[in-house]
Design a protein around this ligand. Sequence first.
Ligand code: Z57
Length: 829
Amino acid sequence: VSGEEKGRTVRFFEMMDGFLKNDPVSLQKDILDHVEFTVARSRFNIDDFEAYQGMAHSVRDRLIERWHDTQQFFKKKDPKRLYYLSLEFLMGRSLSNSIINLGVKDQYMDALNQLGFSFEIVAEQEGDAALGNGGLARLSACQMDSLATMDFPAWGYGLRYQYGLFRQVILDGFQHEQPDYWLNFGNPWEIERVHVSYAVKFYGTVEEKHLNGKNCIVWTPGETVEAVAYDNPIPGYGTRNTINLRLWAAKPSGQYDMESFGTGDYINAVIDRQKAETISSVLYPDDRSYQGKELRLKQQYFFVSASVQDIIRRFKDSHSSFDKFHEKVALQLNDTHPSLAIVEVIRVLVDEEHLSWKEAWDIACNIFSYTTHTVVPEGLEKIPVDLLGSLLPRHLQIIYDINFSFTEELKQRFGLDYDRLSRMSIVEEGAVKNIRMANLSIVVCHNVNGVSRAHLDTLKSKVFKDFYELWPEKFHHKTNGITQRRWVVVSNPGLCDLITKWLGTDAWIREVDLLLGLREHVENKELQLEWRTVRRVNKIRLVEFIEAMTGMKVSPDAMFDVQIKRIHEYKRQLLNILGIIHRYDCIKNMKDSERKRVVPRVCIIGGKAAPGYEMAKKIIKLCHSVGEKINTDPDIGDLLKLIFIPDYNVSVAELVIPGSDLSQHISTAGHEASGTGSMKFLINGCLLLATADGSRLEIIEEIGEENMFICGAKIHEVAKMRENGEAPKLPLELVHVLRMVRDGYFGHEEYFKPLCDSIESAGDFYLLGHDFPSYLEAQAAADKAFVDQETWTKMSILSTAGSGKFSSDRTIGDYAAETWGIEPCRCPF
Ligand code: Z57
């Protein structure tokens, strides 16, 4: 199946004394060679995009070189490897990140300059790889960066969607979705492996057969699709290690169906085969809602089956039995989306490798661990039994077998407690029977991780209460983190240099705890001034971007107040907008003398709504309608602006975050499992206005409540209000603001009615009423702090200094030691 391992070693490169050269002259030649021969454009007439392509291909060569060395080294050392399975990776752009991690940024900048190009402009030619939705997907991307940088022998596995997350286009204030056909202009960052491909089976029948004196289960599929590997090298920083992200694409199978080709309808038979490609064609754009769609289930199994075959093939290349499998392999499930891998491993080991059930079971329990990202039971994935049974008949049998032993174990332990049994069973009974993927994962995995400490508490006391009682030792948390390489070094070079200067070393790029060293300089006037200057330059860059995107000119003197993330009711962009209306109304009613004391604000909101999420789409429209009113009101001028940034994605975040003063993370307490956006702002020295939810509780511990603006009900208070069914009286300010919306002050009163109703007549589930006064107080405190720029700057420096815990390096180090049991395996230079 695999062409990876065959063939002979050719010593040519060694004879040429080694590695590709990285001096500016060699780089220029490489770039031009690629423009001429890879891209096939004339070297006498190169535009910025072609320069990008030429440069990207020359970087790609360097990545491939290190990739080979690393994989060769891993193979020789044969350490325990981690396989990270995720249906989503939100990688963003690769060019800057790659040259920084390879340590050749300066050389490339020189090379480009000498060719007459600007690095910034060339880098902007690249489109985002957006094979994911939001936090969960960006988390996998950050974790890949940390795995590579920390020299862990790890691989990622995922799906190579042809269409990434939709592009958001705003027409008349409404969101429209456009396809993101990101592979249109080629993708220099992937390596197609035509020889690495596996057959993936679907549908068909299962029979028990007697073969060679043994009882065997034989699955005869009704459809077979080929999975072809595309490898995406992930370079570590300050190391030669370059790990792999292997994404699978669906292709028609090499096995022909003689029947349909025999009927003479050749054209239709070819067209039919081509349909196989739809499996990997499009990313589902819903952030946490499960619809039991067949295509989605096919995607999950397709990627899981190919990955498991690949992992087992690699293991068998150097081992003759499965005795050591659990010592060599750890599999990490990013949420339950890849949890069919558990069933697939058992199926392959029992049906194809002929291990006993007990042996296969023990292996599965030893190698799998699972991270959950959700806080509510409704967020848990379920698959209709009928659907699973028809698509994967053998897998359904195995799930029933697992569930039988599990429920027997439960009866032993708790007696015939039917309520408990029905809550914990992997199979949910009812009008439609479902398989509960979380229950399956908890039963098999040796380790279940939450994504923040608060999240773990919720898992123990609510979502997985029964399971926690049964197996307390399985439950842990690894608080999420973000990579400082992308979120400071790539996106905020000014701050990066400043930090390095004041710490006297750039070692913090690998050892982020060193940022603490900034604390001792916080009173230093020179640092404060330089800090403000860097932030000011970033703000001006953001001002230009806003003008290019929206045509609006805003003043860099104003406070930039930002909320960028997926649009969700629980994240409460609505609270933000209602707060802005309140501010607008206050300014309108002020005397001139009072206006002089108003701190000017530019409020920035960005984010996508899932295409079928009506309330989220209404929030986007409200933002535009309110913005139009405020931004054109001559009474207001520069005192208040509201900007919606369209098509928010990783690259936009890289630009907006370094230029923000204040950022909002105001989910109703108890709803955000962790939250990672806040960490990106924090490390960039942007102050947080936040509720005490998810990872923010730990952020408060690290940098101190006095350096943040905290508001809203606490997690236990929310729980209490919900238990008592309390519907607290809405504060007058909020009633007034809602009145303005209902009265059509911003137009479209019919369309916005459900938004107002959700607060005033539908029980205010997200507690905007309760939190509104304290939200306004926090906003007022931010205004007050901003007036005193010295204090603000100190808070900003202390935010960066205290952000070390929230690096994905720390998260990955904890996973490696406590969950996966893997060790670094550093490829020599
Ligand atoms: C997603 O992005 C998250 C959770 C989900 O269940 C799904 Br589906 C998608 C997010 C959480 O909402 C964040 O709180 C968390 O920080 C992030 O996953 C990464 O763990």
